[in-house]
Design a protein around this ligand. Structure first.
Ligand code: NDP
Length: 452
Protein backbone atom coordinates (compact mmCIF):
# COMPACT_ATOMS: atom_id res chain seq x y z
CA UNK A 1 0.00 0.00 0.00
CA UNK A 2 1.36 3.47 -0.84
CA UNK A 3 2.29 5.81 2.01
CA UNK A 4 -0.53 8.23 1.20
CA UNK A 5 -3.11 5.41 1.18
CA UNK A 6 -1.75 4.21 4.51
CA UNK A 7 -2.30 7.71 5.92
CA UNK A 8 -5.88 7.77 4.59
CA UNK A 9 -6.64 4.43 6.26
CA UNK A 10 -5.04 5.50 9.53
CA UNK A 11 -7.03 8.75 9.56
CA UNK A 12 -10.28 6.80 9.11
CA UNK A 13 -9.47 4.42 12.00
CA UNK A 14 -8.18 7.10 14.37
CA UNK A 15 -10.97 9.64 13.66
CA UNK A 16 -14.18 7.59 13.49
CA UNK A 17 -17.46 9.26 12.46
CA UNK A 18 -15.74 12.27 10.86
CA UNK A 19 -16.91 11.66 7.27
CA UNK A 20 -16.19 15.12 5.87
CA UNK A 21 -12.70 15.05 7.35
CA UNK A 22 -12.01 11.62 5.78
CA UNK A 23 -13.21 12.94 2.39
CA UNK A 24 -10.93 15.99 2.55
CA UNK A 25 -7.87 13.97 3.60
CA UNK A 26 -8.54 11.44 0.85
CA UNK A 27 -8.82 14.13 -1.81
CA UNK A 28 -5.61 15.90 -0.76
CA UNK A 29 -3.57 12.74 -0.08
CA UNK A 30 -4.42 11.28 -3.50
CA UNK A 31 -3.02 14.42 -5.14
CA UNK A 32 0.09 14.28 -2.95
CA UNK A 33 1.13 10.76 -3.94
CA UNK A 34 3.75 11.88 -6.51
CA UNK A 35 5.45 14.07 -3.89
CA UNK A 36 6.45 11.01 -1.85
CA UNK A 37 9.04 9.94 -4.42
CA UNK A 38 10.15 13.45 -5.24
CA UNK A 39 10.68 14.52 -1.63
CA UNK A 40 12.24 11.73 0.47
CA UNK A 41 13.02 14.40 3.07
CA UNK A 42 9.26 14.83 3.67
CA UNK A 43 8.91 11.08 4.29
CA UNK A 44 11.96 11.02 6.61
CA UNK A 45 10.53 13.91 8.66
CA UNK A 46 7.14 12.19 8.97
CA UNK A 47 5.39 15.12 7.30
CA UNK A 48 2.51 13.08 5.83
CA UNK A 49 1.59 11.70 9.26
CA UNK A 50 2.02 15.08 10.92
CA UNK A 51 0.11 17.23 8.43
CA UNK A 52 -3.21 15.42 8.95
CA UNK A 53 -3.08 15.91 12.74
CA UNK A 54 -4.10 19.41 13.94
CA UNK A 55 -1.70 21.26 16.25
CA UNK A 56 -4.56 21.37 18.73
CA UNK A 57 -8.35 21.19 18.88
CA UNK A 58 -10.03 23.31 21.53
CA UNK A 59 -13.54 22.24 22.56
CA UNK A 60 -15.48 24.37 25.00
CA UNK A 61 -18.86 24.94 26.61
CA UNK A 62 -20.73 28.13 25.69
CA UNK A 63 -23.52 28.89 28.17
CA UNK A 64 -25.71 31.92 27.39
CA UNK A 65 -29.13 33.28 28.36
CA UNK A 66 -31.97 33.69 25.87
CA UNK A 67 -34.48 36.55 26.01
CA UNK A 68 -36.72 34.59 28.39
CA UNK A 69 -33.86 34.18 30.85
CA UNK A 70 -33.40 30.45 30.10
CA UNK A 71 -29.83 29.14 30.08
CA UNK A 72 -28.81 27.57 26.77
CA UNK A 73 -25.64 25.56 26.24
CA UNK A 74 -23.82 25.41 22.94
CA UNK A 75 -20.66 23.64 21.80
CA UNK A 76 -17.66 25.83 20.90
CA UNK A 77 -14.77 24.74 18.66
CA UNK A 78 -11.46 26.14 17.48
CA UNK A 79 -9.16 23.80 15.60
CA UNK A 80 -5.69 25.31 15.18
CA UNK A 81 -4.47 23.15 12.37
CA UNK A 82 -1.04 24.29 11.30
CA UNK A 83 0.87 27.54 11.91
CA UNK A 84 4.09 26.71 10.07
CA UNK A 85 3.93 29.67 7.69
CA UNK A 86 1.97 32.21 9.78
CA UNK A 87 -0.64 32.67 12.50
CA UNK A 88 -3.63 30.33 12.28
CA UNK A 89 -6.21 31.91 9.99
CA UNK A 90 -9.67 30.68 9.10
CA UNK A 91 -13.31 31.36 9.67
CA UNK A 92 -15.84 30.78 12.42
CA UNK A 93 -19.08 29.09 11.39
CA UNK A 94 -22.27 29.27 13.48
CA UNK A 95 -24.70 26.61 12.26
CA UNK A 96 -26.58 23.72 13.90
CA UNK A 97 -24.72 21.22 11.69
CA UNK A 98 -21.30 22.21 13.05
CA UNK A 99 -19.35 19.34 14.65
CA UNK A 100 -15.70 18.46 15.16
CA UNK A 101 -15.40 16.53 11.87
CA UNK A 102 -16.66 19.48 9.82
CA UNK A 103 -14.37 21.95 11.59
CA UNK A 104 -11.38 19.62 11.04
CA UNK A 105 -12.21 19.18 7.36
CA UNK A 106 -12.46 22.94 6.86
CA UNK A 107 -9.29 23.61 8.90
CA UNK A 108 -7.27 21.01 7.00
CA UNK A 109 -8.33 22.47 3.63
CA UNK A 110 -7.55 25.98 4.87
CA UNK A 111 -3.88 25.09 5.47
CA UNK A 112 -3.36 24.51 1.73
CA UNK A 113 -5.61 27.34 0.53
CA UNK A 114 -3.82 29.88 2.74
CA UNK A 115 -0.43 28.61 1.67
CA UNK A 116 -1.42 29.17 -1.98
CA UNK A 117 -2.28 32.83 -1.36
CA UNK A 118 1.45 33.63 -0.98
CA UNK A 119 0.63 35.41 2.31
CA UNK A 120 2.02 34.33 5.70
CA UNK A 121 -1.08 32.59 7.06
CA UNK A 122 -1.43 29.22 8.72
CA UNK A 123 -4.72 27.31 8.77
CA UNK A 124 -7.47 26.96 11.36
CA UNK A 125 -11.22 26.90 11.67
CA UNK A 126 -13.81 27.18 14.41
CA UNK A 127 -17.41 27.73 15.26
CA UNK A 128 -20.41 26.56 17.17
CA UNK A 129 -23.66 24.65 16.76
CA UNK A 130 -25.46 27.92 17.63
CA UNK A 131 -28.05 29.00 15.04
CA UNK A 132 -28.36 32.80 14.72
CA UNK A 133 -31.50 32.39 12.56
CA UNK A 134 -34.61 33.49 14.46
CA UNK A 135 -32.59 34.91 17.39
CA UNK A 136 -32.94 38.51 18.51
CA UNK A 137 -29.96 40.88 18.21
CA UNK A 138 -29.61 40.75 21.99
CA UNK A 139 -29.51 36.96 21.99
CA UNK A 140 -26.88 36.95 19.24
CA UNK A 141 -24.85 39.50 21.22
CA UNK A 142 -25.06 37.48 24.44
CA UNK A 143 -24.06 34.32 22.59
CA UNK A 144 -21.10 36.02 20.84
CA UNK A 145 -19.91 37.43 24.17
CA UNK A 146 -20.19 34.01 25.86
CA UNK A 147 -18.28 32.43 22.93
CA UNK A 148 -15.52 35.05 23.10
CA UNK A 149 -15.27 34.68 26.90
CA UNK A 150 -13.46 31.38 26.22
CA UNK A 151 -12.06 31.95 22.73
CA UNK A 152 -10.14 35.12 23.67
CA UNK A 153 -7.47 33.16 25.57
CA UNK A 154 -6.62 31.11 22.44
CA UNK A 155 -6.45 33.82 19.74
CA UNK A 156 -4.49 36.99 19.05
CA UNK A 157 -3.14 39.01 16.10
CA UNK A 158 0.09 36.93 16.08
CA UNK A 159 -1.50 33.65 17.19
CA UNK A 160 -4.83 33.00 15.52
CA UNK A 161 -7.03 35.39 13.52
CA UNK A 162 -10.60 34.16 12.91
CA UNK A 163 -13.08 35.62 10.39
CA UNK A 164 -16.75 35.15 9.46
CA UNK A 165 -18.44 32.37 7.46
CA UNK A 166 -21.94 30.89 7.43
CA UNK A 167 -23.93 32.50 10.29
CA UNK A 168 -21.09 34.90 11.13
CA UNK A 169 -21.58 38.19 9.30
CA UNK A 170 -20.78 41.82 10.09
CA UNK A 171 -23.11 41.88 13.11
CA UNK A 172 -21.49 38.85 14.75
CA UNK A 173 -17.93 40.03 13.96
CA UNK A 174 -18.82 43.38 15.59
CA UNK A 175 -20.05 41.68 18.79
CA UNK A 176 -17.06 39.30 18.88
CA UNK A 177 -14.49 42.03 18.25
CA UNK A 178 -16.13 44.42 20.71
CA UNK A 179 -15.96 41.84 23.46
CA UNK A 180 -12.37 40.80 22.69
CA UNK A 181 -11.36 44.46 22.86
CA UNK A 182 -13.12 44.78 26.22
CA UNK A 183 -11.51 41.65 27.70
CA UNK A 184 -7.97 42.38 26.46
CA UNK A 185 -8.11 46.17 26.52
CA UNK A 186 -6.39 46.30 23.15
CA UNK A 187 -7.43 47.29 19.63
CA UNK A 188 -5.59 44.88 17.33
CA UNK A 189 -6.32 42.94 14.15
CA UNK A 190 -7.53 39.83 15.95
CA UNK A 191 -10.49 39.25 13.63
CA UNK A 192 -10.97 40.02 9.93
CA UNK A 193 -14.11 40.99 8.05
CA UNK A 194 -14.44 43.95 10.40
CA UNK A 195 -16.44 47.08 9.61
CA UNK A 196 -14.54 49.72 7.64
CA UNK A 197 -14.85 52.10 10.60
CA UNK A 198 -12.93 49.83 12.96
CA UNK A 199 -10.18 48.25 10.86
CA UNK A 200 -11.88 46.42 7.99
CA UNK A 201 -10.41 46.39 4.48
CA UNK A 202 -11.87 47.88 1.33
CA UNK A 203 -12.61 45.25 -1.38
CA UNK A 204 -13.17 42.47 1.21
CA UNK A 205 -16.85 42.04 0.17
CA UNK A 206 -15.86 41.96 -3.52
CA UNK A 207 -12.76 39.78 -3.07
CA UNK A 208 -14.06 36.24 -3.56
CA UNK A 209 -16.16 36.99 -6.65
CA UNK A 210 -13.53 39.23 -8.24
CA UNK A 211 -10.86 36.65 -7.42
CA UNK A 212 -12.77 33.78 -9.06
CA UNK A 213 -13.04 35.85 -12.25
CA UNK A 214 -9.35 36.85 -12.16
CA UNK A 215 -8.54 33.14 -11.77
CA UNK A 216 -10.68 32.24 -14.81
CA UNK A 217 -8.95 34.97 -16.82
CA UNK A 218 -5.59 33.39 -15.98
CA UNK A 219 -6.81 29.93 -16.98
CA UNK A 220 -7.95 31.34 -20.33
CA UNK A 221 -4.70 33.23 -20.75
CA UNK A 222 -2.84 29.89 -20.86
CA UNK A 223 -4.87 29.16 -24.02
CA UNK A 224 -4.30 32.69 -25.37
CA UNK A 225 -7.94 33.57 -24.76
CA UNK A 226 -9.69 36.27 -22.72
CA UNK A 227 -13.10 36.69 -21.11
CA UNK A 228 -14.05 39.39 -23.63
CA UNK A 229 -17.25 38.37 -25.42
CA UNK A 230 -17.60 35.08 -23.49
CA UNK A 231 -20.97 33.89 -22.17
CA UNK A 232 -20.94 32.96 -18.48
CA UNK A 233 -23.21 30.79 -16.35
CA UNK A 234 -23.25 32.00 -12.74
CA UNK A 235 -25.12 30.33 -9.88
CA UNK A 236 -26.11 32.07 -6.66
CA UNK A 237 -27.12 35.67 -6.13
CA UNK A 238 -25.29 36.33 -2.89
CA UNK A 239 -22.00 37.96 -2.11
CA UNK A 240 -19.77 35.81 -4.30
CA UNK A 241 -22.14 35.65 -7.30
CA UNK A 242 -22.86 39.40 -7.33
CA UNK A 243 -19.22 40.43 -7.45
CA UNK A 244 -18.31 37.65 -9.90
CA UNK A 245 -20.94 39.15 -12.25
CA UNK A 246 -19.62 42.68 -11.66
CA UNK A 247 -16.06 41.68 -12.59
CA UNK A 248 -17.29 39.65 -15.58
CA UNK A 249 -18.97 42.81 -16.89
CA UNK A 250 -15.77 44.80 -16.26
CA UNK A 251 -13.87 42.30 -18.41
CA UNK A 252 -16.40 42.29 -21.26
CA UNK A 253 -18.10 38.94 -20.59
CA UNK A 254 -21.86 38.31 -20.55
CA UNK A 255 -23.36 36.63 -17.46
CA UNK A 256 -26.72 35.05 -18.37
CA UNK A 257 -27.85 33.19 -15.23
CA UNK A 258 -28.25 33.75 -11.50
CA UNK A 259 -30.03 31.68 -8.84
CA UNK A 260 -31.28 31.51 -5.28
CA UNK A 261 -32.46 28.53 -3.29
CA UNK A 262 -35.93 28.78 -4.90
CA UNK A 263 -34.95 28.83 -8.56
CA UNK A 264 -32.88 30.49 -11.29
CA UNK A 265 -33.20 33.06 -14.05
CA UNK A 266 -31.83 32.74 -17.56
CA UNK A 267 -31.51 36.07 -19.35
CA UNK A 268 -30.41 35.51 -22.90
CA UNK A 269 -29.83 39.25 -23.41
CA UNK A 270 -27.32 39.21 -20.55
CA UNK A 271 -27.35 40.55 -17.00
CA UNK A 272 -26.02 44.07 -17.55
CA UNK A 273 -25.03 46.66 -14.92
CA UNK A 274 -28.55 47.99 -14.47
CA UNK A 275 -29.93 44.47 -14.00
CA UNK A 276 -27.10 43.57 -11.62
CA UNK A 277 -27.91 46.67 -9.54
CA UNK A 278 -31.51 45.37 -9.42
CA UNK A 279 -30.27 41.97 -8.12
CA UNK A 280 -28.06 43.65 -5.51
CA UNK A 281 -30.92 45.78 -4.24
CA UNK A 282 -33.32 42.81 -4.33
CA UNK A 283 -30.98 40.52 -2.37
CA UNK A 284 -29.06 42.88 -0.10
CA UNK A 285 -31.68 45.50 0.73
CA UNK A 286 -35.16 44.12 0.09
CA UNK A 287 -34.24 40.45 0.86
CA UNK A 288 -36.56 39.35 -1.97
CA UNK A 289 -36.67 36.32 -4.27
CA UNK A 290 -35.04 36.19 -7.69
CA UNK A 291 -38.34 35.43 -9.40
CA UNK A 292 -38.97 39.20 -9.27
CA UNK A 293 -36.18 39.64 -11.83
CA UNK A 294 -38.18 37.78 -14.48
CA UNK A 295 -41.30 39.80 -13.59
CA UNK A 296 -39.34 42.99 -14.29
CA UNK A 297 -37.22 41.98 -17.32
CA UNK A 298 -39.07 40.31 -20.19
CA UNK A 299 -35.81 38.92 -21.66
CA UNK A 300 -35.51 36.57 -18.67
CA UNK A 301 -37.08 33.20 -17.96
CA UNK A 302 -37.51 32.00 -14.36
CA UNK A 303 -37.40 28.30 -13.53
CA UNK A 304 -38.26 27.14 -10.00
CA UNK A 305 -36.16 24.42 -8.33
CA UNK A 306 -37.50 20.93 -9.03
CA UNK A 307 -35.93 18.55 -6.49
CA UNK A 308 -37.12 15.50 -8.47
CA UNK A 309 -35.30 16.46 -11.66
CA UNK A 310 -31.94 14.98 -10.64
CA UNK A 311 -30.02 17.85 -12.23
CA UNK A 312 -29.94 21.64 -12.17
CA UNK A 313 -31.18 23.11 -15.51
CA UNK A 314 -29.11 26.25 -14.86
CA UNK A 315 -26.06 24.30 -16.08
CA UNK A 316 -27.84 23.24 -19.27
CA UNK A 317 -27.41 26.40 -21.41
CA UNK A 318 -24.91 27.20 -24.13
CA UNK A 319 -21.97 29.06 -22.63
CA UNK A 320 -18.16 29.31 -22.53
CA UNK A 321 -17.38 29.64 -18.82
CA UNK A 322 -19.12 28.74 -15.54
CA UNK A 323 -18.88 30.18 -12.02
CA UNK A 324 -20.66 28.00 -9.44
CA UNK A 325 -21.09 30.50 -6.60
CA UNK A 326 -24.00 29.26 -4.49
CA UNK A 327 -23.35 26.20 -2.37
CA UNK A 328 -21.69 22.80 -1.97
CA UNK A 329 -22.45 19.88 -4.34
CA UNK A 330 -24.50 22.01 -6.77
CA UNK A 331 -22.91 20.35 -9.82
CA UNK A 332 -23.42 16.60 -9.99
CA UNK A 333 -22.38 14.14 -12.68
CA UNK A 334 -25.35 15.01 -14.94
CA UNK A 335 -24.79 18.75 -14.54
CA UNK A 336 -21.10 18.33 -15.37
CA UNK A 337 -22.03 16.40 -18.51
CA UNK A 338 -24.52 19.13 -19.48
CA UNK A 339 -21.81 21.77 -19.08
CA UNK A 340 -19.46 19.79 -21.30
CA UNK A 341 -22.20 19.22 -23.92
CA UNK A 342 -23.03 22.94 -23.96
CA UNK A 343 -19.49 23.99 -24.81
CA UNK A 344 -18.31 25.21 -21.40
CA UNK A 345 -14.53 24.83 -21.33
CA UNK A 346 -13.58 26.71 -18.16
CA UNK A 347 -14.98 26.36 -14.63
CA UNK A 348 -13.92 28.65 -11.78
CA UNK A 349 -15.44 27.75 -8.42
CA UNK A 350 -16.53 30.72 -6.29
CA UNK A 351 -18.30 28.41 -3.83
CA UNK A 352 -16.65 25.84 -1.57
CA UNK A 353 -16.86 22.28 -2.93
CA UNK A 354 -19.68 23.00 -5.45
CA UNK A 355 -18.79 20.00 -7.64
CA UNK A 356 -19.27 16.39 -6.54
CA UNK A 357 -16.32 13.96 -7.03
CA UNK A 358 -18.25 12.34 -9.95
CA UNK A 359 -18.72 15.78 -11.55
CA UNK A 360 -15.02 16.55 -11.19
CA UNK A 361 -14.08 13.35 -12.92
CA UNK A 362 -16.33 14.28 -15.90
CA UNK A 363 -14.46 17.61 -16.16
CA UNK A 364 -11.05 15.95 -15.93
CA UNK A 365 -11.79 13.24 -18.52
CA UNK A 366 -13.15 15.85 -20.95
CA UNK A 367 -10.14 18.15 -20.65
CA UNK A 368 -12.16 20.99 -19.11
CA UNK A 369 -10.15 23.71 -17.36
CA UNK A 370 -11.31 23.01 -13.80
CA UNK A 371 -10.41 25.75 -11.29
CA UNK A 372 -11.16 24.17 -7.92
CA UNK A 373 -12.46 26.35 -5.09
CA UNK A 374 -9.33 25.95 -2.97
CA UNK A 375 -7.47 28.00 -5.59
CA UNK A 376 -10.21 29.95 -7.41
CA UNK A 377 -12.04 31.30 -4.34
CA UNK A 378 -8.95 32.06 -2.26
CA UNK A 379 -9.39 35.80 -3.00
CA UNK A 380 -11.58 36.16 0.09
CA UNK A 381 -9.02 34.88 2.55
CA UNK A 382 -6.27 36.69 0.64
CA UNK A 383 -7.92 40.06 1.28
CA UNK A 384 -8.44 38.98 4.90
CA UNK A 385 -4.66 38.56 4.95
CA UNK A 386 -4.33 42.07 3.52
CA UNK A 387 -6.67 43.30 6.28
CA UNK A 388 -4.22 41.80 8.83
CA UNK A 389 -1.33 43.61 7.13
CA UNK A 390 -3.19 46.93 7.17
CA UNK A 391 -4.07 46.47 10.86
CA UNK A 392 -0.41 45.75 11.69
CA UNK A 393 0.67 48.82 9.72
CA UNK A 394 -2.19 50.84 11.25
CA UNK A 395 -2.85 52.13 7.76
CA UNK A 396 -5.60 51.69 5.14
CA UNK A 397 -4.91 51.04 1.49
CA UNK A 398 -7.22 52.50 -1.18
CA UNK A 399 -9.69 50.37 -3.17
CA UNK A 400 -7.35 50.45 -6.15
CA UNK A 401 -4.38 49.33 -4.06
CA UNK A 402 -6.25 46.40 -2.51
CA UNK A 403 -7.78 45.36 -5.84
CA UNK A 404 -4.42 45.44 -7.56
CA UNK A 405 -2.84 43.32 -4.76
CA UNK A 406 -5.78 40.87 -5.01
CA UNK A 407 -5.29 40.63 -8.76
CA UNK A 408 -1.58 39.96 -8.29
CA UNK A 409 -2.30 37.26 -5.69
CA UNK A 410 -4.80 35.46 -7.95
CA UNK A 411 -2.22 35.49 -10.74
CA UNK A 412 0.37 34.00 -8.37
CA UNK A 413 -2.04 31.30 -7.18
CA UNK A 414 -2.76 30.36 -10.77
CA UNK A 415 0.93 30.37 -11.66
CA UNK A 416 1.83 28.13 -8.70
CA UNK A 417 -0.99 25.65 -9.45
CA UNK A 418 -0.33 25.59 -13.20
CA UNK A 419 3.45 25.38 -13.04
CA UNK A 420 3.23 22.61 -10.43
CA UNK A 421 0.85 20.65 -12.66
CA UNK A 422 3.40 20.98 -15.47
CA UNK A 423 6.31 19.97 -13.21
CA UNK A 424 4.42 16.81 -12.23
CA UNK A 425 3.65 15.94 -15.87
CA UNK A 426 -0.06 16.81 -15.85
CA UNK A 427 -0.33 20.30 -17.38
CA UNK A 428 -3.66 21.96 -16.53
CA UNK A 429 -4.54 19.50 -13.72
CA UNK A 430 -5.36 22.29 -11.27
CA UNK A 431 -6.48 20.04 -8.35
CA UNK A 432 -3.13 18.25 -8.47
CA UNK A 433 -1.16 21.45 -8.95
CA UNK A 434 -2.96 23.42 -6.23
CA UNK A 435 -2.79 20.68 -3.61
CA UNK A 436 0.89 19.98 -4.24
CA UNK A 437 1.91 23.65 -4.41
CA UNK A 438 0.02 24.49 -1.19
CA UNK A 439 1.42 21.43 0.59
CA UNK A 440 5.05 21.75 -0.53
CA UNK A 441 5.53 25.20 0.99
CA UNK A 442 4.14 24.08 4.34
CA UNK A 443 6.03 20.76 4.27
CA UNK A 444 9.37 22.43 3.53
CA UNK A 445 8.83 24.75 6.48
CA UNK A 446 7.96 21.85 8.77
CA UNK A 447 11.18 20.09 7.74
CA UNK A 448 13.15 23.26 8.54
CA UNK A 449 11.71 23.40 12.06
CA UNK A 450 12.69 19.81 12.93
CA UNK A 451 10.38 17.58 14.91
CA UNK A 452 8.18 20.02 16.86
P1 NDP B 1 -24.48 34.17 0.37
O1 NDP B 1 -25.25 33.64 1.54
O2 NDP B 1 -24.25 35.62 0.21
O3 NDP B 1 -25.15 33.65 -1.00
C1 NDP B 1 -25.41 32.31 -1.23
C2 NDP B 1 -26.28 32.23 -2.48
O4 NDP B 1 -26.48 30.87 -2.80
C3 NDP B 1 -27.66 32.83 -2.27
O5 NDP B 1 -28.08 33.33 -3.49
C4 NDP B 1 -28.50 31.60 -1.87
O6 NDP B 1 -29.87 31.74 -2.15
C5 NDP B 1 -27.90 30.59 -2.80
N1 NDP B 1 -28.11 29.23 -2.28
C6 NDP B 1 -27.90 28.79 -1.03
N2 NDP B 1 -28.23 27.50 -0.94
C7 NDP B 1 -28.65 27.14 -2.16
C8 NDP B 1 -29.14 25.93 -2.71
N3 NDP B 1 -29.24 24.83 -1.97
N4 NDP B 1 -29.48 25.93 -4.02
C9 NDP B 1 -29.36 27.05 -4.79
N5 NDP B 1 -28.92 28.22 -4.31
C10 NDP B 1 -28.57 28.24 -3.02
O7 NDP B 1 -23.10 33.36 0.44
P2 NDP B 1 -21.73 33.70 -0.28
O8 NDP B 1 -22.00 34.28 -1.63
O9 NDP B 1 -20.85 34.40 0.66
O10 NDP B 1 -21.11 32.23 -0.43
C11 NDP B 1 -21.43 31.38 -1.52
C12 NDP B 1 -20.45 30.23 -1.52
O11 NDP B 1 -19.11 30.73 -1.61
C13 NDP B 1 -20.44 29.34 -0.27
O12 NDP B 1 -20.11 28.03 -0.68
C14 NDP B 1 -19.29 29.91 0.56
O13 NDP B 1 -18.74 28.95 1.48
C15 NDP B 1 -18.30 30.21 -0.57
N6 NDP B 1 -17.25 31.17 -0.22
C16 NDP B 1 -17.57 32.44 0.17
C17 NDP B 1 -16.56 33.31 0.49
C18 NDP B 1 -16.88 34.73 0.82
O14 NDP B 1 -15.91 35.51 0.95
N7 NDP B 1 -18.13 35.13 0.94
C19 NDP B 1 -15.13 32.92 0.46
C20 NDP B 1 -14.91 31.59 -0.08
C21 NDP B 1 -15.95 30.76 -0.38
P3 NDP B 1 -30.91 32.36 -1.06
O15 NDP B 1 -30.89 33.82 -1.34
O16 NDP B 1 -32.19 31.68 -1.38
O17 NDP B 1 -30.39 31.99 0.31
Amino acid sequence: MSLTNEIIEKVKVKNPAEGEFHQAVEEVMESLEPTVEKHPEFVKAGIYDRIVEPDRAILFRVPWQDDKGNVQVQKGFRVQYNNSIGPYKGVLRFHPSVNLGIIKFLGFEQVFKNSLTTLPMGGGKGGSDFDPKGKSDNEVMRFCQAFMRELFRHIGPDTDVPAGDIGVGGREIGFLFGYYKKLRNEHTGVLTGKGIEYGGSLIRPEATGYGAVYFAAEMLNVKNETLEGKTALVSGSGNVAQYAMEKLLDLGAKPVTSSDSSGYIFDEAGIDREKLAFIMDLKNVRRGRLKEYADKYSTAVYTPVDPNLGYNPLWNHKADVAFPSATQNEINEKDAQHLVNNGVKTISEGANMPTTPEGISIFMTNGIGYGLGKAANAGGVAVSGLEMSQNSLRYNWTREEVDSKLHGIMKSIHKAAYETSVAYGKPGDYPLGANIAGFTKVAKTMVAYGVV
